[in-house]
Write a protein that binds this ligand. Sequence first.
Ligand code: HEC
Ligand code: HEC
Length: 363
Amino acid sequence: MRLASLSLVSVVASLAFVQGTGTDDESIERGRALFDKAFTQAEGLGAPEMNADSCRACHQDPAMGGAGPLELNVSRFARDNGGAGPFENLDGGQGLSKLYPPMHPGREEHPEGPDGADVFEQRQTPSVFGDGLIDEIPGIVITSHEDTLDANGDGIFGVARRIDVNGVIEIGRFGWKGQVPRLADFVNDAMMGELGITTPDNGRGFAGLSDGDPVADPEISQQDVDDMTAFLKSLPAPARGGSTDPRVVEGLGLFHEIGCAICHIPSLPGPNGPVPLYSNLLLHDVMPTDFRGMSEPGAPSGMFQTPPLWGIKDTAPYMHDGRAEDLQDAILAHYSEAEQVRQNYEALTDRQKAALILFLEDL
Ligand code: HEC
Ligand code: HEC
């Protein structure tokens, strides 16, 4: 069953209908087939060293559209002069993943980085279920939870990712660093970044327009991009487990009591009702102080967007690079802004810890 995103899907698809390209369901089905499709080089697939040949190859757990295995982590590379700074992108940016599959899954190191790269960051494949609902959460809802100066003195800040799109500032919602504002932008971004497929220029700056292979650009049509977006928007939010174990209720209480809910806010208001994502969609630094990773304008090294926790039981391993194998490891991997909250967790009794984990597994 589709959820509240249905109305938006209908709007998008009824536009397509006006253009004579079929109903919303047909658009979603075409998008589903594209997500599942293994592209060939004759169709423009980047090069043999791409990580994968389809969207589905990475987004597959527990179903198509879900999360991905460690072996398909994407790696980024840059220079930070051994950690002393300044941070510098390599020529051509950080997206050199395809040439350098991870040597040590879940770790930052790579023995021979390109162009003198000495800082590396792996990124895990997140699930895209429910992203249609996140797409609709107004930017002002996200910025309303910012605490850039830690005005309440709890050691937790929280800043929205701001992205300049043709001189207009938009709020980032997707990607580990919140680097992409809208779901449709991610379709363009992923087509180029993951598959090396060029898409038409919609003027927003997320499409790869040319890639130097012999296939004529754009390699897919705007209709294809719209179909893929309609498919992603149709993917429902993960359903609650619905456990009746009383410890789940106890776990919910602890989640609030020890401070998890400060960042993992249970729900944000969307145009069609509450979106129970368990995130504030803000950037926080929860990495250890010696962490070295990618820096982007508005998102320095170590800053990651609070990930939604809905469906979390199905998307192990955890954290941006998959450094945590299970949910307890993920909690214990929280430092810096979450230092106090992690210590609160460590101080719980074994029974309470188990209740908190049971609650997370029910989301
Ligand atoms: C090689 C594995 C891989 C392939 C192939 C891949 N993705 Fe992803 N996907 C990722 C990773 C890794 C991220 C996180 C990227 C980041 O934040 O740096 C991601 C993130 C996303 C997100 C954002 C999810 C969120 O909630 O933040 C969307 C949407 C997405 N991908 C769609 C697609 C589509 C559409 C395709 C096919 C065109 C695709 N992906 C192909 C690995 C992959
Ligand atoms: C200061 C804000 C903050 C607090 C407090 C916080 N988290 Fe997080 N949490 C984050 C961020 C940011 C990440 C992503 C880190 C990364 O990508 O490496 C994260 C990641 C996670 C993940 C992994 C999600 C995934 O998809 O990989 C889980 C599970 C999690 N947190 C649960 C909790 C629980 C339970 C608590 C309370 C004990 C908690 N968090 C407290 C900000 C916070």
